[in-house]
Design a protein around this ligand. Structure first.
Ligand code: SAM
Ligand code: SF4
Length: 316
C-alpha cells in the first residue's frame, strides 16, 4: 500500500485502550481525559479483522500501544491473534506479571518508557511511585527473552541531568536506548523538550560512533554506538529533523479510527464500517483512500488542523 506521496505503508500502531495507570505530564492532560465507553472500544476480533486486511495490503509490523496496553484485559491473547510481527510499547510496570506470557504468545519485542532513574523525578513525572516496578519489568522482559528497547523523552529541568546516567544504565543492561523529542500534542505546555542535537553534543561526539546500516537507515531513529559498548543510542527527532518523507506508519485508535498522521485528524472511521456490516472490500477501499490522502508532513508548532486527541489517546 502506497500513499499519495509514494511512501510505502508497512507499519501499523494499534492503541488497544485509552486508559493508563500512569499520568505522565507530557502525555496525559492534568484534568485527565474522558475515557471511551467499553462498547466504543474495538473488540479483539475487530482489531484482528482490520489487521488481516492491512496485512494483505502490505502491513508487516504491528505495535500495540495505548494508553497502557497491558491494562487492557486479555491483551496477551490479542498478541497471538494478530498476523505478522507484533511488538508492544509499554510503561513496563505490569511486565513482571506478563512478560513470560507475552513471549509465549509470540510478541517480538517491547519498547519500555524510562525517562528517569530518580524515584522523586519519576513520581513527579508519572504521578506514580513505581520506578522499582518498572525496573523489575525491564528485568522480567529480558529474562523472558523479549528483545527490549528503552524510550526516553528528554525534558528541560526534569531529566536533562540524567541523560548520561540513562545511557550508562542502558549500556550496563545491554539494551538500546532511544531519545524521543517532546512533541506538542495537547498537554505539555509547561514543559520544554530538548533537541536531539543538544543531547548528542552533551554526550560528546567523540564517544558516539554513527551507525548507518540498512536496518537503522530504514526507521525514523538516527543511531549511534557508544564507544566501548555493544548497545545503541537512538534519536527520534520529529521536531528538529522531520522524517515525514520516510514515514511508513499509520495508527488505529482504540475506537477504531485510522489516523494517517500523528498530528492531523485525517483518516477514516473504520469502526463505523465494521459495525455497519461492510465487507472486506469496502474496508480495504476505505483504508486505501485514507492512506492515499495521508498528509505529506506534520507542521508541529503551527497547530492548524491539529487533531484534538491527546497522546494518551493516540499511543505515540
Ligand atoms: N503507555 C505506554 C508507554 O508509556 O510506553 C504506551 C503509550 S505512550 C503514549 C507511547 C510513547 O509515547 C511513549 O514512549 C511515550 O514516552 C511517548 N510520548 C507520550 N507523550 C509524548 C510527547 N508529548 N512527545 C513525545 N513522546 C511522547
Ligand atoms: Fe505515560 Fe504511556 Fe500512560 Fe502516556 S500512555 S501517561 S506515556 S504511561
Amino acid at each position: 500500500m502506497t500513499d499519495g506521496n509514494g511512501r510505502k505503508i508497512e507499519y501499523l500502531r494499534v492503541s488497544v485502550t485509552d486508559k493508563c495507570n500512569f499520568r505522565c505530564r507530557y502525555c496525559m492532560p492534568k484534568e485527565g481525559i474522558r475515557h471511551l465507553q467499553h462498547q466504543d472500544v474495538l473488540s479483539f476480533e475487530e482489531i484482528r479483522r482490520l489487521a488481516e486486511i492491512m496485512k494483505d495490503m502490505g502491513v508487516r509490523k504491528i505495535r500495540l500501544t495505548g494508553g497502557e496496553p497491558l491494562v487492557r484485559k486479555g491483551v496477551v491473547s490479542l498478541v497471538s491473534m494478530l498476523p505478522g510481527a507484533v511488538y508492544m510499547t509499554t510503561n513496563g510496570c505490569m511486565l513482571p506479571e506478563y512478560a513470560g506470557a507475552l513471549k509465549e504468545a509470540g510478541l517480538c519485542g517491547v519498547n519500555i518508557s524510562l525517562d528517569t532513574l530518580d524515584r522523586n523525578t519519576f513520581c513527579k513525572l508519572t504521578g506514580r511511585d513505581e520506578l522499582d516496578l518498572v525496573l523489575r519489568g525491564i528485568n522480567a522482559a529480558r529474562e523472558a527473552g523479549l528483545p527490549v528497547k528503552l524510550n526516553c523523552v528528554p525534558i528541560k529541568g526534569i531529566n536533562e541531568g540524567e541523560i548520561e546516567a540513562l545511557c550508562d544504565f542502558a549500556a550496563r543492561m545491554q539494551l538500546d536506548i532511544r531519545f524521543i523529542e517532546l512533541m506538542p500534542i495537547g498537554c505539555m505546555h509547561d514543559l520544554t523538550g530538548i533537541p536531539s542535537d543538544e543531547i548528542i553534543k552533551k554526550l560528546g561526539t567523540d564517544s558516539l560512533e554513527p551507525i548507518e546500516d540498512a536496518d537503522t537507515l530504514a526507521g525514523p531513529a538516527q543511531y549511534f554506538k557508544m564507544r566501548g559498548f555493544a548497545t545503541r543510542i537512538g534519536f527520534i527527532s520529529p521536531m528538529s529533523h522531520r522524517f515525514c518523507n520516510v514515514c511508513n506508519r499509520i495508527r488505529l485508535t482504540a475506537d477504531g479510527y485510522l489516523k494517517t498522521c500523528l498530528q492531523y485528524a485525517t483518516g477514516a472511521d473504520l469502526r463505523a464500517l465494521l459495525r455497519g456490516g461492510a465487507d472486506d472490500k469496502a474496508i480495504w477501499d476505505a483504508i486505501e483512500s485514507a492512506v492515499r490522502n495521508k498528509p505529506s508532513a506534520h507542521t508541529f508548532g503551527s497547530c492548524d488542523g491539529s487533531d484534538i486527541r491527546r497522546m494518551v489517546q493516540i499511543g505515540g
